[in-house]
Every structure is written in C-alpha cells, then in structure tokens.
Ligand binder design. Sequence first.
Ligand SMILES: *[C@@H]1O[C@H](CO)[C@@H](O)[C@H](O)[C@H]1NC(C)=O
Ligand SMILES: *[C@@H]1O[C@H](CO)[C@@H](O)[C@H](O)[C@H]1NC(C)=O
Ligand SMILES: *[C@@H]1O[C@H](CO)[C@@H](O)[C@H](O)[C@H]1NC(C)=O
Ligand SMILES: *[C@@H]1O[C@H](CO)[C@@H](O)[C@H](O)[C@H]1NC(C)=O
Ligand SMILES: *[C@@H]1O[C@H](CO)[C@@H](O)[C@H](O)[C@H]1NC(C)=O
Ligand SMILES: *[C@@H]1O[C@H](CO)[C@@H](O)[C@H](O)[C@H]1NC(C)=O
Length: 262
Amino acid sequence: MAFIALQTFSLVHLLLLFTCTALLSSHDEDCLALFEFKQTIFHQNSDAAGFQKFDSWRKVKSNISDSDCCLSDGVVCSYTGHVIGLDWSGSSLNGVINSSSTLFKLVHLQMLNLLMNNFVESQIPSEIARLKQLRSLDLSYSGFNGQIPNEISHLIQLSSLDLSWNPLKLQSIELIDCQLQDEFPSAIFHLQKLKYLHIRNNSNLTGSLPEFHNNTLIEHLNLFSTGFAGIIPESVSNLNHLEVLSLGRCNFSGHIHGSLHW
Ligand SMILES: *[C@@H]1O[C@H](CO)[C@@H](O)[C@H](O)[C@H]1NC(C)=O
Ligand SMILES: *[C@@H]1O[C@H](CO)[C@@H](O)[C@H](O)[C@H]1NC(C)=O
Ligand SMILES: *[C@@H]1O[C@H](CO)[C@@H](O)[C@H](O)[C@H]1NC(C)=O
Ligand SMILES: *[C@@H]1O[C@H](CO)[C@@H](O)[C@H](O)[C@H]1NC(C)=O
Ligand SMILES: *[C@@H]1O[C@H](CO)[C@@H](O)[C@H](O)[C@H]1NC(C)=O
Ligand SMILES: *[C@@H]1O[C@H](CO)[C@@H](O)[C@H](O)[C@H]1NC(C)=O
C-alpha cells in the first residue's frame, strides 16, 4: 500500500514538474518571439500616446530581453503564460512585417490589434494562418498593401476582421455556409475593386441591394439562400461586367429589368 502511494505521489510530482517546466518554457518562447518582433520595429514619433504602450516593456526591467512581456501594456497573457492578446494600436510603429516575422510564432494569440501603425511595404504574409486561435484581427490603417493571402480563410475562429484603410487589392469575397448573422455591411458592395461576391447559404444574414454605379466591376454576385430582401434596384443594369447573378431563395420583390447586358 505504502509503495503504491509513494509511486502515485512520485508520478504526480513528476507530472507537475513536467507541466511547470513546459509552462515556463512556452511562456519564455512567447516573450522571446515578441521581443524579437519588437527589435524589427523602429518608430518615428515616440511622443505618440500609443507609443508609450509599446515602449512600456522597457520600464519593466533594464534587461528587456530577460523580462516578463506579460507585464507590459498592450500584452495579454493567459494564466498559463501564453501571449493571447496584443494591442499595439495607434503606436506609430514603423517597420516591415514579412514571412519571417516572429509575430507568427505567437500561436496562442486570440486578439491582434495593430490599427494605426505604419508597416509600409508590408504585405499580409500567409504565415498569418499559423495564428489559428485568432478571434479578432485588426490591421486597419496600417499601411499593408498588395494581395490578401488566401490563407486568411484558414482562421476558422475569426469573428472580427478589419483590414480597412489599407491599399489592398481585395477583389473577391467568398463566405459560403458561414452561418453569418445580422446585417450585411452594404459598404462591401461599393468596394471599388470588388469583382466576386459569393455569400450563398447564410440564411440569417439580412441585407438589401444598394444602388449600383456604372463603375462597379462586379462580375459575380451570388446571394442565394440568404435573408436579403427588398426591391431589386433598377441600377443592377449598371453592372456592366456582370456574368453571374444568383438571387434565389432570398426575399426580394420586384423584377429584374430587361436591360441587363449578358
Ligand atoms: C540579458 O538577458 C539575456 C538572456 O537572459 C542574457 O543573455 C544577456 O546577457 C543579458 N544582458 C545583460 C546586459 O544582462
Ligand atoms: C524580413 O524583413 C527583415 C527586416 O525587418 C529582413 O531582414 C528579412 O530579410 C526579411 N525576410 C524575408 C524573408 O523577406
Ligand atoms: C448551409 O450551411 C450550413 C451551415 O454551415 C450547412 O450545415 C448546410 O449543409 C448548408 N446547406 C447547403 C444546402 O449547402
Ligand atoms: C438562424 O437564427 C435562428 C434563430 O436565432 C437559429 O435558431 C438558427 O440556428 C440560425 N441559423 C443559422 C444557419 O445560423
Ligand atoms: C457612367 O455614369 C456617368 C455619370 O452618370 C456618365 O457620365 C458615364 O458616361 C457613364 N459611363 C458608362 C460607361 O456608362
Ligand atoms: C421573408 O419574408 C417573410 C414575410 O415577409 C418572412 O416571414 C420570412 O422570414 C422572410 N425570410 C427570410 C429568409 O428573411
């Protein structure tokens, strides 16, 4: 009996030891990755209110590479010590974020907010897909350009995505079978480069068609089986590039004018 008890104790002890070591090192890894990312950033305007947040790390300990990142402003850690939230919005950060950025080692991140910074010449790397736990991603007004990587669609936990006010090449939006709720933002129809919008089978997604201008590039518009309703505007005839229009199983009324060019 005593022998078994002792064995059990040792096992538990051993497990605890392993767990603690694992926790400690994962925490250190996250902080190190964050520190290395910080090294790639330089700043222009250290007077910016937001910059104090980014720089608060320095005050935690003189040897910043050795300090606990969880204690610095804008960094949120889980009780296990993983970095799960990063809010460096409005920090006037300048730098390049690319595929080798150690930011993408923070695989436990649930919230990433880099709104209002200056990552000029940066494209959103496909490595963003490594941050599988992301629920909220805000890269708006941050100077990202070029193509949005397809891999962003691998972020299946994501419920909030803001990429606005960046010179991006957003041509295509596909959100099929996504159980989207509430009102579809009509501003999406007015994205100047939008060619392809496919949001089939989101029955709880409401919305209506806007007035279309003759400069819209939309080629493919599929709203099949959504809660879209209202009158189909005459201005659909302004969609000069239209090739596919699917409005079935919605609640539209009225009819489509004969003036559509096919
Ligand atoms: C800061 O910490 C790192 C990592 O622990 C260590 O390698 C380095 O020597 C330290 N630097 C100073 C100046 O103490
Ligand atoms: C990423 O950017 C850094 C500068 O921040 C640069 O040193 C590195 O070579 C770049 N890596 C790639 C793969 O472009
Ligand atoms: C519609 O989407 C739901 C939820 O994602 C899915 O379960 C269902 O199979 C889809 N229906 C069709 C007809 O594709
Ligand atoms: C739509 O909303 C109803 C009521 O809230 C809910 O029961 C249903 O599961 C939702 N359907 C989808 C596909 O999200
Ligand atoms: C688009 O509309 C503008 C103003 O309403 C008009 O001047 C222009 O000729 C139209 N262009 C085409 C291609 O229909
Ligand atoms: C369509 O409209 C009818 C009556 O106005 C309503 O009962 C129904 O819920 C609507 N369906 C959708 C998908 O919005």
